[in-house]
Design a protein around this ligand. Structure first.
Ligand SMILES: Nc1ncnc2c1ncn2[C@@H]1O[C@H](COP(=O)(O)OP(=O)(O)OP(=O)(O)O)[C@@H](O)[C@H]1O
Length: 329
């Protein structure tokens, strides 16, 4: 009897080792849904948001903690759904990318991250039914491969209502859909909706001379909910809201000149031109090549930090290289 117990144990160990080895080899070749390919790094996410993102204190407060709580919850009731709102160039896609980089080794290139851009992926209105099916299958098959998948819906405000309706069941409190458990995945909806309201609130704070860092999430959340409810075409969005499927509405504030300057500095460092960071004339030329609003105070950049790289490159191209100057002598 002892021999048979020992043999059984040896077989179990050998089988375990075999599967372990097989998994290891497979994961060397393909992406796997566990460490090190999928590993939420709370500390580096926190550090990245603190160091790389300028002027968005609310994002830092809410996003990092919401993700941390969801990731460490053994038994989440639903997927985490974050709705990012704000004007162009304020950092919505950038934050989604930072989240992907701190969760998946391959970042946005991971097979467990789906970046869905409404106007690009679903351009033809007459094909809505095909798109509905396609989108549903895309979501299902991704979560089937990894329950920790991340879905980024860019331009959610331009997503046809039928398509927004198609994703609704995935955001809901169901334990499984077609046998797939969605509760550990994360959905991030990006839109420009509410950008005007966010900017009004931030402008008022600015004009009253209070620091924007004093603005709290509550000042925006109700406004954003009302806005998404009432706006034309926001019907399905309002269904997501009334069913409490969106966990957090996160406002991206319009960026001030000082934040854009931080973007210019960061880009110069990335390009290996830290020497120009303290060159006031150069930095001012870049900043002046962007537009600001409103006319009265020019408080905010119209394109946030979006065109900073291109504008900085343009100014860099105008600088005559030193050696050329020497040559001419
Ligand atoms: N708050 C910010 N801090 C640092 N860099 C930023 C910030 N906002 C934007 N950027 C820079 O500008 C680029 C463009 O921003 P991003 O694509 O995130 O804007 P967006 O809010 O998603 O705009 P859109 O609504 O047009 O899609 C980013 O890749 C990043 O380099």
């Amino acid at each position: 009897e002892l021999i048979s117990v020992l043999t059984g144990t040896a077989i179990a160990i050998a089988t375990g080792a075999f599967w372990g080895l097989k998994d290891k080899i497979k994961c060397q070749l393909y992406e796997c849904c566990h460490e090190p390919d999928v590993n939420f790094n709370y500390h580096s996410l926190d550090a990245d948001i603190a160091n790389l993102l300028f002027g968005q204190h609310l994002v830092k407060d809410v996003v990092v903690n919401a993700l941390k709580a969801h990731w460490h919850n053994e038994n989440p009731k639903k997927p985490l759904v974050l709705s990012f709102h704000g004007y162009t160039g304020s950092g919505k896609n950038y934050v989604a990318e930072i989240i992907a980089n701190n969760t998946f080794r391959q970042g946005l290139r991971s097979g467990f991250v789906q970046h869905i851009v409404a106007t690009n992926d679903f351009p033809d209105k007459s094909k809505i039914e095909d798109y509905q099916m396609e989108l549903r299958n895309r979501i299902l098959s991704t979560v089937q491969k990894c329950h920790r998948s991340l879905f980024i819906f860019d331009e959610t405000d331009k997503l046809p209502e039928q398509l927004l309706g198609a994703i609704k069941p995935f955001l809901d409190y169901y334990s499984t859909i077609s046998g797939v458990d969605f509760r550990r995945s994360v959905f991030i909806l990006l839109s420009n909706k509410g950008g005007g309201k966010i900017s009004d609130i931030t402008l008022k704070q600015y004009e009253n001379g209070y620091p924007r860092e004093q603005l709290r999430l509550e000042s925006f959340e109700r406004e954003l909910m009302n806005f998404s409810f009432n706006e034309k075409g926001g019907l399905k969005m309002s269904e997501l809201i009334s069913n409490h499927l969106i966990d957090h509405f996160i406002p991206f504030l319009p960026l001030q000149r000082e934040h854009v300057k931080s973007c210019v500095d960061a880009y110069l460092r990335k390009r290996g031109r830290s020497d120009l960071v303290s060159n006031v004339d150069f930095v001012e030329r870049v900043l002046n090549s962007l537009q600001y609003f409103p006319d009265s105070s020019k408080a905010f950049s119209s394109s946030g930090c979006k065109r900073v790289d291109a504008k900085t490159d343009l100014e860099l191209a105008k600088i005559r290289p030193q050696f050329q100057f020497d040559d001419e002598l």
